[in-house]
Design a protein around this ligand. Sequence first.
Ligand code: URA
Length: 236
Amino acid sequence: MRLDKYISKALGVSRKVAKELIRQGRVWIDGKVIKKADFKVSPNAKVVIDGEELELKEKIYLMLYKPKGYLSTTEREADYPSFLDLLPEYEHLKPFAAGRLDVDAEGFLLVTNDGLFAHRITHPRWGVSKTYEVVLEKPLSSEDIAKLLRGEVKIGGKPIKVKEIKPLEENRVLLTLTEGKYHIVKRLFRSLGNKVLYLKRVAIGGVTLDPSLREGEYRELTEEEVKKLKRLVKLE
Ligand code: URA
C-alpha cells in the first residue's frame, strides 16, 4: 500500500494531511525517514510517526488460489497445512476465509479480516453466488440438469437452489449456487448417484479467480472488486 494511503487509514486523516506529515519528515519506516508519499509500505513494516508506532488495523481482501492439500481453516495442528502458510506476510492481520473449501478442492478462497463482510458473503440470506468447475465420474444427463435447475435435488431433505449450470464437456460442468453448506457440491451430485472427482471454485459474487494466478498465489482484490462484493451485501 502507498505510504500516504497507509497513514490516512491508520490515523483517520485525509490523504492531503498524510502527505503533509510525510513531507515534513515526521514519518519513519523501519528506522529511516521516508519523504515519498508513494513509497510502498510492506505489510510487516514498522511505521513510526513522531516517535510513535502506528498500528494499522487494515482491512484486507485477498484472492487466494488455494491448492489442493491446504485447509481453509486457520488451525495449525491439523494433518494438512493451513492456507495461512501461503500468506505469511498477512498473518499478523488475522485473516480468515469467507467461505470454506474442502482440503481436496482448489480455487478461489476469499481471504479477509473483515468479520461483517465475511459473514454476509457466506450467509444464505444475502445469496452471494459461488461458481464451481466440477468434474464428475459420470456424464450428467439433461434430466439431471433439469432436476437441479428445478430445485428438485435435496440435501438433508432440503431442496438446494441451483442458479445456473453450464455443461462444458460430458463430465465437466460449471455450477453456480447461492448458498453454502458443508460439502454442498459433493452432496448435491451424490444425491444424483454421481461423484465429484475434481472441484474448483472459480468465482464468488461475480468476481472471477484471476487466470494469471497459479496455485498457491494470491493478490489483493482491486477496489472495484471489493466494491462489487460489498454492494452485493449492502456494505457500500
Ligand atoms: N462444496 C463442496 O462439496 N466442497 C467445497 O469445498 C465447496 C463446496
